[in-house]
Design a protein around this ligand. Structure first.
Ligand code: BGC
Length: 755
């Protein structure tokens, strides 16, 4: 009986001594460093500055950067495209040798490994985060983090710039697919699971199979008012605290080693200059001892782009004093000179420099870089093994969302004569999206990268006897991702005459960040035209959407008998789709965002009551209509689930209580299926206008036909609170409605509390 406390005491003592030892190593290193060496640790340069164009050799600039300026961190994919683990290892050795010779401090190399080790040839690619959001299954976020970490360490790279936990709440935003969707809880839980997968169990001593995470982009990056990348958001502190901050807070509490800052501006203040958000909320508010890294050139942007500083030097002063620890100034090491001048002029205190460097050194010790700079401890024999492949394939299966299936058109019969058309039908590029082998994902179809994987066409051929693919409308290729070849629809119409069903794969080609900006969310005109003409043949139409954000399909939706949104499912997405379309597997994905219907009407599921209301009585007869294409959480299956008997173990509660909420879910169909059970709450009356509903928990259960599963959620009363204008949490007395499926139950909070 006494064993547990003793073990806990022992574990706490080990952790304490481990962190004492860590701190004393950090202090010892810091004490022997010159000011120049310290400043060098605060700098990060892009690898292209110090390498040959193919990224294999160091150039003389490496001496300037690593030996003269003693820069402590390098980022980016060498040579501009994915490299093999061996190529990375060889380059990492050269960089480490130089760094160690210059300062005795190893370099911290960071890579954008986004949906797996996505800058590594041969690595295991999962669906992009938007697809993981659609699984509503945190296990895949953990698995992706874990496998990404392993395959990144195989390259002797210890640090990744992921996960993204910005809430994708403006569907125009070109990085929507990099998020887990629009909801706070989904982003929070999945990002935290991914961080735990990446960093392993002990963030103080990350082992040779795990990496450091860089949470990004702190914060509210996914709600640019204009919808364009890196443009201002307009979020109050109250909402910031209640929604956008929460995933970061949770990941910091899980031990995340670093955070990358949002490139943009909120309420007139660039995030890189916002001491309140950086220092007060995170470093002090959460007692965080990790470090902040800027996004690309974002200190310079304070001067050149945002005009809050009249020189780059002033920009550096503002950012470092706001709490920035490491500056991703990709090309120009002379920023180091500016920092030195600022210190000598007393504009940046030495204590701030020491604090920043301490944080960076701490991460380097935590990642084991001082003990194993060449990455010789690990054995990476499981790189891209079958187990990893299966995890990525299963994630893809659960990420593809069946939006419509009129008349039970799906599953298709093995013998059906399938005509396959559309620009996304035979492309590995579009299955993966950006951050795949290259930044823009434009070389993915190169045989060096994806010869071993199946496009949708190739995958359908493995499951169906009679598949004809006609390239009648293709993307032009290259980086002009929106450009399409001229459509030859007549050919497809003739072929449709001898087919049983037409599968049309449409959506988007790949893009990343600002090049992905669009001004119209509609699917391209030519793609819509293809769907219209195919429908005119009279054959049943299956529409496959392969996209990073919800391109509008309102006018062609009625023409499709079945619609599947596969989002960006990764290298196994074609295989997953084929298995789902033939009925070998069942759909279980659900939309992690609200799919809009109109270009002038965007919303999220947690809107305010005034956005959807019946006509008011009287002269003005106001009303408001919430009309979306598909709501958040929508997703069909080959079976049908019925919800019943929703119940709670207490109907009244106050802060500190846990309410156990149960609901029975029955599989009423003939095939097994997985169901994402989503628990929502509605605060019926509140002093800050309540949202119609908020997701409070979710669980994924597999249920055999005819069987019933009871799903129980332990809902903390505190989770029903909101942030007030005093930036405190308020749990107010009164009624709350809990709902799951078509069931609901009312509970009552007996006491208002502010905490
Ligand atoms: C992106 C970041 C990325 C960084 C480094 C920036 O342009 O916004 O997400 O991590 O580049 O490549």
């Amino acid at each position: 009986m006494k064993l547990k406390p003793i073990l806990m005491f022992f574990a706490a003592a080990v952790l304490a001594s481990c962190s004492d030892e860590l701190e004393s190593r950090v202090e010892k290193t810091l004490r022997r460093m010159t000011l120049e060496e310290k400043i060098g640790q605060m700098m990060q340069i892009t690898v292209g500055v110090i390498t040959s164009p193919d990224g294999t050799e160091l150039t003389p600039m490496a001496d300037t950067v690593l030996s003269v300026y003693k820069v402590g961190s390098i980022l980016n994919v060498p040579g501009g495209e994915a490299a093999t683990p061996e190529a990375y290892r060889s380059l990492m050795r050269k960089i480490q040798e130089k760094s160690l010779a210059a300062t005795g401090i190893p370099c911290l190399y960071g890579l954008d490994q986004i949906h797996g080790a996505s800058y590594t040839v041969g690595a295991t690619f999962f669906p992009q985060e938007i697809g993981l959001g659609a699984t509503f299954n945190d296990e895949y976020a953990y698995a992706m983090g874990d496998i990404m970490a392993y395959e990144t360490r195989a390259c002797n790279v210890p640090w990744v710039f992921s996960p993204v936990m910005d809430l994708g709440r403006n569907p125009l935003w070109p990085r929507m697919w990099e998020s887990f969707g629009e909801d706070v809880l989904v982003n929070k839980r999945m990002a935290t699971a991914e961080v735990l997968g990446q960093q392993g169990d002990n963030p103080d001593a990350v082992d040779e199979y795990h990496v450091g995470s860089s949470l990004k982009h702190y914060m509210a990056y996914g709600v640019p008012v204009s919808g364009q990348d890196r443009t201002p958001s307009s979020v109050t502190d109250r909402e910031m605290m209640e929604k956008y901050f929460q995933p970061f807070k949770s990941c910091v509490e899980a031990g995340a080693l670093s955070i990358m800052v949002n490139s943009s501006i909120n309420d007139g203040i660039p995030f890189h200059a916002n001491g309140k958000f950086l220092t007060d909320w995170v470093k002090e508010g959460l007692g965080w001892d990790g470090f902040f890294v800027t996004d690309w050139a974002d200190v310079r942007n304070l001067f050149e782009r945002d005009h809050i500083a009249a020189s780059n030097k002033e920009a550096v002063c503002i950012a470092v004093n706001a709490g920035i620890d490491m500056i991703m100034e990709p090309y120009d090491v002379t920023v180091c000179d500016e920092i030195r001048e600022l210190v000598n002029e007393g504009k940046i205190k030495k204590s701030r420099i020491n604090d920043a460097v301490r944080r960076i050194l701490r991460a380097k010790y935590r990642l084991g870089l001082f003990d194993d700079p060449y990455g010789e401890k690990g054995d990476y024999g499981r790189f891209a093994c079958d187990g990893f492949r299966t995890a990525a394939y299963n994630a893809a299966l659960e990420s593809e969302v069946l939006l419509k299936n009129d008349g039970g058109l799906l599953p298709l019969k093995k013998s059906d004569r399938i005509l396959l058309v559309g620009p996304n039908a035979n492309s590995m590029r579009t299955l993966n999206g950006g951050w795949s082998y290259t930044w823009q994902g434009d070389l993915t179809d190169d045989a060096r990268f994806t010869a071993q994987y199946n496009t949708i066409y190739e995958a359908l051929c493995t499951k169906f006897d009679n598949v004809t693919w006609l390239p009648v409308l293709e993307y032009a290729g290259g980086r002009e991702w929106q450009k399409e070849e001229k459509a030859e629809i007549g050919r497809a119409m003739i072929a449709a005459a001898v087919s049983d069903v037409v599968v049309i794969c449409v959506g988007e080609n790949t893009y990343c960040e600002t090049p992905g900006n669009i001004t119209d969310l509609n699917l391209s005109e030519q793609q819509k035209k293809l769907v219209k003409f195919m429908k005119a043949t009279g054959k049943p139409v299956v529409l496959v959407l392969n996209e990073g954000r919800p391109r509008l399909v309102g006018d062609i939706e009625p023409l499709a008998d079945a619609i599947v949104d596969i989002l960006l499912p990764g290298n196994y997405g074609g295989d997953a789709l084929a298995a789902l379309l033939c009925g070998e597997e069942n759909f279980s994905g659900r939309l992690p965002f609200t799919y809009p219907k109109f270009s002038g009407r965007f919303s999220t599921y947690d809107y305010k009551l005034c956005e959807n209301r019946a006509t008011m009585a009287g002269e003005y007869d106001y009303n408001a209509v919430m009309d979306v294409q598909w709501p958040f959480g929508h997703g069909l299956s080959y079976t049908r689930f019925e919800y019943s008997d929703m119940r709670v173990d207490r109907t009244s509660f106050s802060r500190g209580d846990v309410i156990n909420v149960s609901v029975d879910v029955k599989n009423c169909g003939n095939v097994a299926g997985k169901e994402s059970v989503l628990l929502f709450s509605s605060d019926v009356y509140a002093s800050v206008t309540p949202e119609v509903r908020r997701l409070r928990d979710y669980a994924k259960v597999e249920i055999e036909p005819g069987r019933t599963a009871t799903v129980t959620f332990a809902l903390r009363a505190e989770d029903l609170a909101f942030v007030g204008h005093d930036l405190k949490w308020h749990l107010e007395e009164g009624e709350f409605l809990l709902s799951a499926g078509n069931c609901s139950v009312t509970i009552n909070c007996t006491e208002t509390e502010v905490f």
